[in-house]
Design a protein around this ligand. Structure first.
Ligand code: GLC
Length: 413
């Protein structure tokens, strides 16, 4: 048995498809900005681009849905920084002792957990401004006031949707005796990634996360702000029967359609659904992770417990499916980057750095290459002005840069 042409077609994104998708993406950006019906939320961050000269010591808290991380960060100016202390803990223990992202967990428990991690990197007696990366769709009233619109990435903690996440954190910090810490900026992880890149190089103007989730932001020169697009919710896409199945069984069907085709949380599940259909394999939902996929795509023979009882030949088929799923993800993501570029500089006259963080972009074999290849295919010579750059720890440094900008803005009023 081979992977059929029908299946290959279902997962192939042609140049023609990319062109249609990127045009639709640009149009949805315009609609979203005008407050009209759009799958792109286009959320203002209340942050402009940094000058690169921001300085000072800050705490940074990063909550993205998989781990929580707190860091002490000293911004030195001229695009430089130093890290003073760092702690990272998963939100759900592997051994099943705790789970802060389940529907049974009340908001207070989750935020107390976050606050404790913050206190573990503090030095006694100091007062701190904290930059808080909260990697979910939030509507912001100012840089320090952000309300969670709705959870994504299958997170379910009770009592957080519709609430001010800065206030929830501040109350938890107070309960932990850390009232010397003030959250001064709340940002999305895409915004943190862009701020970090722009702190070093002013030509960075697009930020993206290709990790557990998928999202992107850009600097909007009309409003003078970075806009979090929540592009994982983009929906003008060719969707196949497996995408439909995955969506129907997800926590929030009908939402985050692009994310469910391209993000690390879902790639393994898509492969599992195809493999169940084609080979009748028995494997629990979400048992094939993107870490498994990263191994699977490179091997001829693969001994994952998820794939027991398969012959080496069948495993090769699963591997081929995994490769198709990864390549489709990369090409769809490239299409969205082209949509943003088209909106901000249709002629591509300027240099643009697209700052990207996330485990898929960093670690998934052939992913980064496939994104770059699609951009080159579509732009030809004009691609010289576009640079995709891996930016690590954007959420930490970016949160500190955001905190510094927020304090500067406050002092200027
Ligand atoms: C999800 C969130 C978004 C975040 C992305 C990457 O799409 O809704 O806010 O940026 O994941 O973590």
């Amino acid at each position: 048995m081979e992977v059929s042409n029908k299946l290959i077609n279902m997962f192939t994104v042609t140049c023609q498809d990319i062109s249609v998708i990127s045009d639709a993406f640009s149009k949805e950006m315009v609609l979203g900005l005008a407050g009209e019906k759009s799958t792109l939320k286009m959320l203002p961050s209340f942050l402009a681009m940094p000058s690169g000269m921001e300085t000072g010591s800050f705490l940074a808290l990063d909550f993205g849905g998989t781990n929580v991380r707190a860091e002490g960060i000293k911004l030195l100016g001229a695009g430089k920084w130093a890290i003073n202390g760092r702690k990272a803990i998963p939100l759900k223990s592997l051994e099943g002792q705790y789970d802060y992202i389940s529907a049974e967990t009340p908001a207070e428990d989750l935020f107390d957990f976050l606050a404790k991690i913050v206190t573990s990197v503090m030095e006694p007696g100091n007062t701190y401004a904290l930059g808080y990366t909260f990697s979910f769709a939030c509507s912001q009233a100012s840089v320090s006031r952000a309300k969670l619109i709705s959870w994504t990435k299958e997170i379910k903690t009770a009592g957080v949707e519709g609430k001010e996440v800065g206030a929830l954190l501040k109350e938890a910090l107070d309960r932990q005796g850390a009232n010397s810490v003030t959250p001064v900026a709340i940002i999305n992880d895409t915004v943190g990634t862009l701020l970090t890149a722009a702190y070093i190089d002013g030509s960075a103007d697009i930020g993206a996360i290709c990790g557990t989730g998928y999202n992107s932001c850009y600097f909007d020169s009309t409003t003078g702000m970075i806009i979090n697009m929540e592009s994982g919710n983009f929906a003008a896409l060719p969707i196949n029967v497996y995408d439909e199945q995955l969506d129907a069984m997800s926590e929030k069907p009908g939402t985050q359609r692009l994310e469910k085709l391209v993000a690390g949380k879902y790639l393994g599940e898509l492969v599992r659904l195809v493999a169940v259909d084609l080979l009748g394999i028995k494997a629990e939902p979400y048992s094939l992770t993107s870490e498994d996929m990263a191994v699977l795509v490179t091997l001829d023979y693969y001994e994952n417990p998820v794939l027991t009882n398969l012959t080496a030949y069948e495993i090769k088929i699963v591997r081929d499916i995994a490769r198709m799923v990864v390549e489709r993800a990369a090409r769809l993501v490239a299409a969205t980057f082209l949509g943003v570029l088209n909106h901000i500089d249709a002629e591509l006259k300027e240099k643009h750095i697209i700052a990207i963080d996330g485990s898929l972009y960093e670690k998934m074999p052939n992913y980064k290459e496939a994104v770059n290849k699609a951009i080159n295919e579509m732009l030809g010579e004009k691609a010289v002005n576009i640079k995709l750059e891996l930016v690590k720890d954007g959420s930490g440094v970016g949160a500190a840069v955001a905190a510094a900008s927020a304090l500067l803005a406050e002092n200027n009023y």
